[in-house]
Design a protein around this ligand. Structure first.
Ligand code: KG4
Ligand code: ZN
Length: 346
């Protein structure tokens, strides 16, 4: 039980996200919403390596976090004394990167004499659609599609998560990134593939829809990447049109596979609200296809809250704090942290 006892609901919560390659800071207030959002993306830092270099990520978070906190406070015209609590991402993610935000957040809260709460990165993604214009009703099915995870969850309440399906190998975002690399497109590959696919020719290549012929809601995306490799080898050297056509076929296969599994999860659970979150939720093709689900309301976070950001952490923090939860003084981070280990707030 929280040593700070009950909270006044109308407080400002500072959210800090450093689990991977974005330093995200934001301030949330229940009446005013997200009053400030500050983000630094490390894409330029990692692009020459074609993927995230963990040590570089950690060092960059160290130099970015404090200036971003200062700039978020200035944008909201607030001082440190106005903050009511601090929420920080404690996992899952890159351990060194997580430690930066967690140590900073926990220490700042201690120095200010205010509570802190450790947040699960994927729960923050999952709850971000509650900040959108159309809010889902509980229970709902959540499709969480990021660079590190592909999960289908039944969400009965905040913290009450039942796993319906997950990827047995690569995450959807990871498959986008790896396929983009094979095509010679820069990191991160998701938006690059989506843009190239706009000029692709439907029907020139057809990629498989992995695991859709088997029962259940699990995914497998590593075979798609291999299929892309085989296709590319036969075409080399690639023309721009080849690149767009392969991107189209790959994206089409991922979108169709996600669509089929969502449809299955919804009919299996009998719920009629679907929430989509995580970086791949920014994909417009996927959004368009999910509109074909009959009788289902589909909810997304605002676009800037799809990929990693501090706003979703501040908001998830407020929800948990508001329910009486807060985290002790120890800085505890977890590289791996199954969502099903989470509990509803006290
Ligand atoms: O949630 P996120 O920002 O970070 C993680 O927690 O992993 O997701 C990043 C992933 C990357 O793999 C990126 O390529 C993918 O989301 N992504 C997209 C799009 N925008 C980002 N994938 C497909 N289409 C997009 N428009
Ligand atoms: Zn994420």
């Amino acid at each position: 039980m929280c040593v700070f006892g009950m909270y006044v609901l109308d407080m400002y919560v500072l959210g800090i996200e450093t689990s991977c390659d974005e330093t995200g800071v934001a301030i949330y207030h229940p009446d005013r919403g997200l009053v400030a959002e500050a983000l630094h993306s490390q894409i330029g830092l990692h692009a020459p390596y074609g993927g995230v270099v963990p040590e570089l990520a950690s060092r960059d978070h160290i130099s970015r976090t404090l200036p971003l906190v200062k700039s978020a406070l200035a944008r909201a015209d607030l001082g440190l004394g106005d903050l009511g609590a601090v929420a920080y991402t404690a996992g899952p993610g890159l351990l060194g990167a997580l430690l930066v935000g967690a140590t900073f957040g926990r220490s700042l809260a201690f120095s200010l004499g205010i509570p802190a709460v450790a947040i699960h990165h994927m729960e923050a993604h999952l709850l971000a659609p509650l900040l959108g214009e159309s809010k889902p009703n509980f229970p709902f099915v959540a499709l969480l599609v990021s660079g590190g995870h592909t999960l289908l969850m039944l969400v009965k309440a905040i913290g009450d998560y039942t796993l319906l399906g997950e990827s047995i190998d690569d995450a959807a975002g990871e498959a986008f990134d790896k396929t983009a690399k094979l095509l010679g497109l820069p990191y991160p590959g998701g938006p690059q593939i989506a843009t190239a696919a706009l000029h692709g020719t439907r029907g020139r290549f057809t990629f498989p829809r992995p695991m859709t012929d088997r029962p259940g809601c699990d995914f497998s995306f590593s075979g798609l990447k291999t299929h892309a490799l085989t296709t590319i080898r036969k075409l080399e050297p690639l023309s721009d049109q080849d690149r767009c056509d392969v991107a189209f076929a790959f994206q089409d296969a991922v979108v169709e596979t996600l669509f089929i599994k969502c449809e299955r999860a919804l009919s299996q659970t009998g719920v009629s609200d679907l929430v989509m979150a995580g970086g791949v939720a920014a994909n417009q093709q996927l959004r368009a296809r999910l509109r074909d689900l009959v009788g289902i309301r589909v909810h997304y976070p605002p676009l800037q809250l799809c990929t990693d950001n501090g706003g979703m952490v501040a908001f998830a923090g407020w929800l948990r704090l508001n329910a009486g939860e807060c985290t002790g003084l120890a800085v505890e981070t977890r590289a791996r942290w199954p969502m099903t280990e989470l509990n509803p707030p006290l």
